[in-house]
Design a protein around this ligand. Structure first.
Ligand code: SME
Length: 160
């Protein structure tokens, strides 16, 4: 484990994500406990982005079950195909939602959340978990967030 203490100046959002990605790889390298690794990954995301809520739901016995997260209390279980998280699991793709109130079936764990990005953790075409990021701002997430979180989730899939 080797997380740099001094954060560099980030020229671009992509540069910041590169540093976040490398920090997650550093902290997880050599540690085989999945929950510990996902907990540190959420902490690194929380430290670097001003999101309202971020965390993982793990696929367990045909449901999504709440895993490590940072933020307010959230719903514990989400069914296949339900809400933004369950839809990401079902469709095996990221869901970029600029206005959650316009998303049919959105599950409002917090009334403060207005936009959301959910990225599946995929290995060999199977969804192992989803990473959920919520913001109190509308249209907070963009294609860069999606692309970069997909890279992070591709790495995290190797830890399951
Ligand atoms: N909004 C999500 C539920 C999870 S919470 O936001 C933490 C959804 O619709 O799946």
């Amino acid at each position: 484990m080797n997380v740099p203490i001094q954060k560099p100046e980030f020229g671009t959002k992509t540069g910041k994500y590169q540093w976040v990605h490398d920090s997650i790889v550093n902290v997880c390298t050599g540690e085989k406990d999945l929950i510990a690794n996902l907990a540190n990954a959420t902490a690194i995301l929380k430290e670097n982005f001003d999101w309202w809520w971020t965390g993982f739901y793990l696929v367990k016995e045909n449901e999504l079950v709440l895993g490590p997260f940072q933020g307010p209390v959230a719903c514990t279980r989400i069914a296949y195909g339900r809400g933004v998280c369950g839809s990401s699991w079902q469709q095996k793709k990221s869901m970029l939602v600029p206005d959650v109130h316009a998303f049919p079936g959105h599950i409002a764990c917090s009334a403060a959340s207005n936009s959301e990005l959910v990225v599946p953790v995929l290995r060999n075409g199977e969804v192992l978990a989803v990473l959920d990021a919520d913001s109190e701002h509308f249209s907070h997430f963009d294609a860069t967030d999606q692309q970069e979180l997909e890279k992070i989730c591709a790495y995290l899939a190797t830890l399951f």
